[in-house]
Design a protein around this ligand. Structure first.
Ligand code: PGA
Length: 259
């Protein structure tokens, strides 16, 4: 089953609009069986999302970040345990928008990742290069560092549960997605790095998804490679019709994916 993750980022700006979006998604995707859909709204809307979809349904819930401590004097932070306790199962970590805007380092991401795993949240670890790094032929080195430091101290058993999101920074929100053949090359690099950090079995088992400017128009070009277990959709997940179209296309083309 393909894995399709909706990253709503800091949208929509009111609860009313969020509710409208969730109700519409529930109508279209509430009973979906052929894909694992994970919706990651802003923290504040998670309880509303869970209320609308129901905890026992097919859709899973995700957060876009979490802190590395479970509790304490950390003003403004959100505990992974709090997320788990309200019904969240996934957490996006190391998104480039957090790395860039909030100076998140690989070391910080590693601490968050271990904290998330320790409470039973499944991390979606984002990795990817800038345009400049790609131009300079440094993509492999960037991926290697982000994975090596990001996964430091994580057991092979836990590593095989993690979802890795290949998100080239230049492709995010740019309207210019990475070409499928380039994605395949980078996904192979990711698996090679994981094989070197752990063993081949982990590299085979780890789920890799792609994110960056996927929309209802271009998705059909992207859903044919079985090396890729799914997609992380940003902007296009804010429009329920468009998101449902993307999910429909992926399901049609990838019913043999295993998640
Ligand atoms: P995008 O975002 O689909 O809007 O490019 C993807 C992401 O940031 O995860």
């Amino acid at each position: 089953m393909p894995l399709i993750i909706a990253n709503l980022k800091c949208n929509p700006s009111t609860l009313r609009e969020a509710r409208r979006l969730f109700i519409s998604l529930k109508k279209g995707l509430g009973n979906i069986r052929k894909a694992q859909v994970v919706v990651c709204p802003p923290f504040l809307y998670i309880p509303e999302l869970i209320k609308i979809f129901g905890r026992a349904g097919k859709i899973k819930f995700g957060a876009q970040d979490c802190f590395w401590e479970k509790e304490g004097a950390f003003t403004g932070e959100v505990s992974p345990l709090s997320l788990k306790s309200i019904g969240v199962s996934f957490v996006i970590l190391g998104h480039s928008e957090r790395r860039i805007n909030f100076a998140e380092s690989d070391e910080m991401i590693n601490k968050k990742l271990k904290a998330a795993l320790s409470v039973g949240l499944l991390p979606i670890l984002c990795v990817g290069e800038t345009k400049k790094e790609r131009r300079e032929g440094r993509t492999f080195q960037v991926l290697k560092k982000e994975l090596r430091v990001g996964l430091k101290g994580v057991s092979a058993k836990n590593a095989s549960k993690i979802i890795l999101a290949y998100e080239p920074i230049w492709a995010i929100g740019s309207g210019k997605p990475c070409e499928l053949n380039e994605i395949i090359v980078e996904v192979l690099s990711i698996r090679k790095i994981i094989a070197a950090l752990y063993r081949k079995k982990v590299a085979r088992e780890v789920k890799v998804v792609y994110g960056g400017s996927i929309d209802a128009e271009n998705i059909s070009k992207y859903s044919t490679d079985s090396n890729l277990q799914g997609f992380l959709i940003g902007g296009a997940s804010l429009n329920s019709r468009e998101f449902m179209k993307i999910v429909g296309t992926i399901v049609k083309k990838n019913s043999d994916f295993n998640f």
